[in-house]
Design a protein around this ligand. Structure first.
Ligand code: SF4
Ligand code: SF4
Ligand code: SF4
Length: 237
């Protein structure tokens, strides 16, 4: 459902679950796909592309096969899409979290030292020398892209947009945050990547195990390998 009343804190979802039978898949999307000024990546059709690639009914059938019984509502796999690092759809606590990224690039010679980017960056990720920006601290940078928007001289620009992928987040009795795979994934690779991640989960899940528990048991490596193979183009920063 898309309405103009969504605030950044009121993401909307398809295939509501929690009551009734397992829906197979639930996708929650922040309002950035429509009209949020913080949007770091343009991916308005990503939820539809995921739904088409993953087929919720097929996932429900595969879950039933793996479980040996009718899956319950809590077996529904959850994907959350946030179009920027603000994470309004709570991508950290679902099976697959997708976070929009706009990776900045710096042409230090073009910096006039106006300071607009430094005021904008909430992560203190811009390295200053003699009043001018000389580097971007990639450990701190969340790839929100807002410094490039603020820069009046094109010293900071966006070199790439895509999504970060978090795997295995959940709430419940033993909550855990999703683990981030290395790199930024192009939008068009995400349906393949999500398919590979869910295939990996369904191939390895112990009986009744949530995806986050499988990641805890196996480690993130098999999931990262599956995702990067599916993306074909090696993700990079
Ligand atoms: S996650 Fe970012 S783009 Fe999406 S609604 Fe929140 S602030 Fe806007
Ligand atoms: S992209 Fe965002 S977090 Fe990274 S340096 Fe720019 S403003 Fe800071
Ligand atoms: S906004 Fe641009 S020109 Fe101004 S200090 Fe930052 S990088 Fe330099």
């Amino acid at each position: 459902m898309h309405t103009s009343s969504h605030t950044p804190d009121s993401p909307h979802s398809s295939h509501a679950s929690g009551h009734g039978p397992c829906a197979g898949l639930r996708i929650t999307v922040c309002r950035g796909a429509e009209h949020c000024p913080h949007c770091a990546v343009q991916a308005p059709h990503l939820a539809d592309a995921l739904r088409e690639a993953l087929d919720p009914a097929h996932i429900a059938a595969r879950l039933a096969e793996r479980l040996g019984e009718t899956p319950k509502p809590h077996h529904t796999l959850r994907i959350a899409i946030s179009h920027c690092p603000n994470g309004c759809s709570q991508p950290q606590i679902v099976d697959l979290g997708l976070i929009g990224a706009a990776v900045p690039a710096l042409d230090a010679d073009a910096c006039s030292g106006c300071g607009a980017c430094v005021e904008t960056c909430r992560e203190n990720a811009l390295v200053i020398h003699d009043g001018r920006v000389t580097a971007i601290d990639r450990e701190r940078c969340l790839s929100c892209g807002e410094c490039a928007t603020a820069c009046p001289s094109d010293a900071l620009t966006i070199e790439r947009t895509g999504l970060r992928v978090l795997v295995g987040g959940k709430l419940g009795r033993h909550p855990r945050l999703g683990e981030q795979l290395p790199g930024i994934f192009d939008v068009q690779t995400i349906p393949r990547v999500a398919t590979a991640l869910i295939d990996t989960y369904l191939a390895h899940m112990a009986r009744g195990e949530r995806l986050g528990d499988t990641v805890t048991r196996l480690g993130i490596a098999p999931f990262a390998q599956a995702a990067h193979s599916a993306a074909v183009d090696a993700p990079c920063r």
